[in-house]
Design a protein around this ligand. Structure first.
Ligand SMILES: Nc1ncnc2c1ncn2[C@@H]1O[C@H](COP(=O)(O)OP(=O)(O)O)[C@@H](O)[C@H]1O
Ligand SMILES: [Mg+2]
Length: 419
């Protein structure tokens, strides 16, 4: 039978990946950049052109076939389901798509690489090969390479994935000096390349969630390889730790202050709920901040219930000046770098810290703050990389340390007049 479906491939990575005849084509791109669609279309075209060929499609875990491969197959080629192709063996070890021209797509999970043996195929496609949901998929990849031996067909193994740092995919497709000669060809694309096929505002929402300029944004929207290992707060996850300001009662609200001259001055609120959950929000983040703007920001914060400003300990004169202006200020407990880092990491890892989604400067800082690099490869962990700003981070740390030192239930001490 003939099948005709009108599809126009996105220019750039998707088009290049689908049409490539390289033995190891890779489509690495942002979320929603059209990777899975590219994979399905590529496998479909090969299936039409090569009756009798067999292939294997992997997802990180078996449950993902129902969320990724199959809905995509149905959305493009659903009108041929039941005539040209059919899903078989759902939920079992022989889950597969059978085609009336004798082709088969075996659907297998990469999480059990030991099962990726004992069959012969012409091609393999690893969807989300960079996911480490159940461990690295490198072993699955190596096993699959050994399965490409169905006689009489052109062999290839493709991957379609969001990049995930400088891992095995990066080594195989980019870093390896033999990448080219072995046919490892990388097509790299951002989510923007698929804008036309995405729901309205999808990209805007992603940009808001991941915040332009952060490593997460560069990885998940732009689809770049990003070094995450030098991050000061590696456990910060925009998906988990950023949310709209809650409609909750707070038992205590204070703010941290980091003074800047050329660098920005930052004021960050820390509000604590009855259960001890901390919410952070930026009140000010401003370069060359003049006194009037600063005082106004403090007063606004006080009107909103903030009772204390915990300041960078090196700003003694500024602290005195603030108190003179009627802004209750103290110096921060510690300027030690480990204490400041810990004041962030601990509540984050306990799920007790959330940043307001409107605090874009703070989010950008916390997700990008990196340790300084020595000339060699090693990282220093006593100094931040000067290229990654830390003003909101510092202000937050001042407030978090102060909160930490005050037990829950702490109240402003009342002045008792002694008669
Ligand atoms: N060439 C195309 N034509 C029409 N729709 C497309 C095309 N490429 C991708 N899409 C659609 O865009 C959306 C995101 O694509 P998908 O392949 O799922 O992205 P990714 O796997 O990169 O996250 C899906 O709804 C998909 O069907
Ligand atoms: Mg996908």
């Amino acid at each position: 039978m003939t099948t005709e479906v009108e599809i126009s491939l996105n220019k750039g990575a998707q088009d290049g990946f689908v049409r490539s005849e390289a033995p190891f084509p890779a489509f690495m791109g942002g979320q929603g950049s059209g990777k899975t669609a590219g994979g399905v279309i590529k496998c479909w075209m090969y299936t039409i052109a090569n009756p009798g060929s067999r292939g294997v499609w992997t997802e990180p875990v078996a449950a993902m076939f129902q969320e990724s491969c199959l809905p995509t197959l149905r959305s493009f080629f659903g009108e041929y389901e039941g005539s040209f192709w059919q899903e078989q063996g759902k939920g079992g070890p022989n889950h597969r798509i059978e085609f009336s021209n004798g082709c088969v797509w075996m659907l297998k999970a990469a999480e059990t690489p030991e099962r990726l043996v004992g069959f012969e195929v012409a091609w393999a496609l690893m969807n989300e090969a960079g996911s480490t949901e159940h461990g690295s998929q490198e072993q699955a990849y190596l096993n699959l390479v050994g399965r490409l031996r169905q006689k009489g067909f052109r062999h290839w193994l493709g991957v379609a994935t969001t990049p995930s740092g400088y891992n095995w995919l990066w080594r195989e497709w980019v870093d390896s000096p033999t990448a080219k000669e072995t046919g490892h060809l990388l097509f790299h694309g951002s989510t923007f390349e698929n804008k036309e096929n995405l729901p309205d505002e999808y990209i805007e929402r992603m940009s808001q969630a991941y915040v332009e300029g952060t490593p997460m944004y560069r990885e998940r929207v732009l689809g770049e390889f990003v070094q995450m290992s030098g991050l000061v707060i590696p456990n910060f996850d925009v998906d988990k730790h950023v949310a709209p300001w809650p409609d909750e009662l707070f038992i205590r609200k204070i703010a941290g202050v980091d003074f800047g001259v050329q660098s920005p001055t930052a004021i960050v609120e820390c509000a604590v709920t009855n259960s001890g959950h901390r919410y952070l929000k930026e009140w000010l983040y401003k370069r060359d901040c003049d006194d009037e703007t600063f005082v106004k920001a403090c007063r606004d914060a006080m009107d909103d219930g903030i009772t204390l400003f915990v300041c960078d300990p090196s700003g003694k004169d500024r602290i005195r000046w603030m108190n003179d202006k009627g802004i209750p200020s103290v110096k921060a407990r510690s300027n030690r770098i480990e204490a400041r880092v810990k004041s962030w990491i601990t509540p984050l890892s306990q799920g007790m810290l959330t940043i307001c989604n409107e605090s874009q400067f703070l989010i950008r800082e916390v997700s990008g703050l990196s340790w300084a690099k020595r000339r060699g490869r090693e990282l220093e962990t006593d100094k931040f990389d000067v290229n990654t700003p830390d003003h909101g981070f510092d202000a937050g740390a001042d407030a978090l340390q102060e909160i930490e030192a005050m037990p829950i239930g702490w109240k402003v001490p009342e002045l008792v007049e002694m008669l």
